[in-house]
Design a protein around this ligand. Structure first.
Ligand code: COA
Length: 315
C-alpha cells in the first residue's frame, strides 16, 4: 500500500505550562527540560468526533478522493463519549461513508497497528482504498490534580488515506504486556447481580518504566526492521517518532546515532496526543512540503499495554 493523502485537526484551546502552574504545583522550568512540552491543544467546547471528521475530510481532499472511493475505515481511539457504537461508525455517519468500519484500541501505536491491518486487507485484495483516522482525547483520561500525568497530554485527530502500492517495506508489532504501567479504569453500571469490588481510577503511569520501554523497544525495532528489509539508517529520510516526550525521542535518536534533522517533532506545542500524534506529525510535515517521492519514512510508537510498533514506508 502507499499513502495518498493526510489530514489533521486540533482543538482550538492551547494551554501553556504557565497556565497549568496557576492551579498545579508545577512550572515551565520543571516541564520543559523533562518533556520538551511548552503547550498543548486541549478539548474544551469541541467534540472529538468532529475533529476526527475534519482530519478525515482533509486527508480525502489531499488524496483527491471522495467518500465513495473508501472501502474500509479503521479508527484508532482509546476513549470518547460513546461506549457504542464505535467512533468509526460515528465518523462514517457524519461523512456519509457506507463502507465497513471498526475501531481499534492499541493506545499510542494505534496508527501503525491500523496500518498493519490495512496492509492485510490490501494483500488479500479486499480493498483499493483505506482511510485510517486516529482521534484521541487523553486530557479526559487524566486527573487534572495529578501533575505527574496531566502536563504530558494534548488532544487531536490525524488521518491518512492509503491506496494500492508496494511502498510499505516492513512493519513490526511488539508487546510486553504489563497492564499496571499505564492504566485507567472506569466503573460500569451496576446490576442486581454484581457484588464484586470495582474500581474507578484516572490514568496512572509508571513514568520511568514507560520511558525505558519506549527508548529500548523503539531503537531495537527500528534496527531490526531495517536489517530485515535490507535497508540502513542512512537510507531513512525521516524518523516519525510518537510525540510523547522530547527526551524519549532524543534517547532513541542517540541510540541509533542519527542526526536530529531526520527527527521532525511537534511535541513542543502539541503534547502527547496518543495514537493521533504520528498522523498529525505526518500531516504537518506533508503540508510543509518536506517529503518528496521516494523518501523513506520510519514510524515508531509505543504506549499503554505495553505495546509498540514500527513501520517503514516510502513516500
Ligand atoms: N511538576 C513538578 N514536579 C513534578 C511534576 C510536575 N509536572 N511531575 C512530577 N513531579 C515531581 C514528582 O512528584 C517527584 O517529586 P518527589 O521526588 O518529591 O517525589 C519528582 O518530580 C520526580 O518525579 P519522577 O516521576 O521520578 O520524575 P521523572 O524524572 O521520571 O519524570 C516523567 C517524569 C513523566 C516526565 C518521565 O518519567 C517520563 O517522561 N516518562 C515517560 C512518560 C510518557 O511519555 N508516557 C507516555 C508514553 S506513550
Amino acid at each position: 500500500m502507499r499513502i495518498l493523502g493526510t489530514g489533521s485537526a486540533l482543538p482550538q484551546k492551547q494551554v501553556g505550562n504557565d497556565d497549568l502552574s496557576k492551579f498545579l504545583d508545577t512550572s515551565d522550568e520543571w516541564i520543559v527540560p523533562r518533556t520538551g512540552i511548552h503547550s498543548r491543544h486541549v478539548i474544551s467546547n469541541e467534540y472529538l468526533e468532529d475533529l476526527a471528521v475534519s482530519a478525515a475530510r482533509r486527508a480525502l481532499d489531499d488524496a483527491s478522493l471522495g467518500v465513495a472511493d473508501i472501502d474500509l475505515l479503521i479508527c484508532s481511539n482509546v476513549v470518547n463519549e460513546y461506549v457504542t457504537p464505535s467512533l468509526s461508525c460515528i465518523i462514517a455517519a457524519k461523512m456519509g461513508l457506507a463502507c465497513p468500519c471498526f475501531d481499534i484500541n492499541c493506545a499510542c501505536p494505534g496508527f501503525i497497528y491500523a496500518m498493519d491491518m490495512a496492509d492485510s486487507y490490501f494483500c488479500c485484495g479486499k480493498v483499493r482504498h483505506v482511510l485510517i483516522v486516529c482521534a484521541e482525547e487523553p486530557t479526559r483520561m487524566v486527573d487534572w490534580s495529578d501533575r505527574a500525568t496531566c502536563v504530558l497530554f494534548g488532544d487531536g485527530a490525524g488521518a491518512a488515506v492509503f491506496g494500492e502500492g508496494d511502498n510499505l517495506k516492513g512493519i513490526r508489532l511488539s508487546a510486553e504486556p504489563s497492564p499496571d504501567k499505564i492504566c485507567e479504569m472506569r466503573r460500569l453500571l451496576p446490576t442486581p447481580y454484581v457484588d464484586k469490588e470495582e474500581t474507578e481510577m484516572p490514568m496512572q503511569m509508571k513514568g520511568r518504566d514507560v520511558f525505558r520501554f519506549a527508548v529500548t523497544t523503539s531503537a531495537r525495532d527500528i534496527n531490526d526492521i531495517l536489517s530485515r528489509t535490507g535497508l540502513s539508517l542512512d537510507d531513512v529520510d525521516y524518523f516519525m517518532i510518537h510525540q510523547a516526550n522530547l527526551r524519549i525521542i532524543d534517547g532513541i535518536r542517540e541510540r541509533l546515532g542519527v542526526a536530529p534533522e531526520k527527527f521532525p517533532t511537534n511535541i513542543a506545542d502539541h503534547g502527547n496526543s496518543s495514537s493521533a500524534s504520528c498522523p498529525i506529525l505526518l500531516d504537518e510535515c506533508n503540508r510543509k512540503g518536506m517529503f518528496k517521492k521516494g523518501d523513506l519514512l520510519v514510524f515508531s510508537a509505543f504506549g499503554s499495554g505495553l505495546l509498540s510498533a514500527t513501520a517503514v514506508i516510502e513516500w
